[in-house]
Unconditional design. Structure first.
Length: 115
């Protein structure tokens, strides 16, 4: 397992502008990445606006699952119960405020495949 943990940055910044998030995105594209899933510790500290859908789409294209505590595991973009707006769907998803920053930090874990 690898950890990518950004501290002291606003979630208003795109993932490509956050040092550790950008490193995670680069690792996802590596042919020898050694993991098949990314676990986001707290949705509200990791995403703002359309970032969730953009990151989720990117990860899916690369064959990497995105896991959220609110989903109880992997997220499926095709799930009609998934919502990233108006507070419907997964608890906590889509209700983040524009003024927030990543208080204690943003934490992702890259989960290695079971052998």
């Amino acid at each position: 397992m690898a950890e990518y943990f950004d501290v002291g940055c606003s979630r208003l910044w795109s993932w490509s502008k956050r040092r550790c998030a950008a490193a995670l995105l680069a690792a996802v594209q590596s042919s020898d990445r050694g993991f098949d899933a990314v676990v986001v510790g707290e949705y509200e500290h990791a995403f703002y606006g359309d970032q969730f859908r953009a990151v989720m789409t990117f990860l899916a294209k690369e064959g990497v699952e995105l896991w959220l505590p609110e989903a109880g595991g992997p997220v499926d973009l095709g799930d009609p119960g998934l919502s990233t707006g108006a507070g419907r769907g997964l608890p906590g998803v889509g209700r983040s405020s524009a003024a927030g920053s990543c208080g204690g930090g943003i934490q992702w874990h890259a989960r290695q495949p079971l052998q």
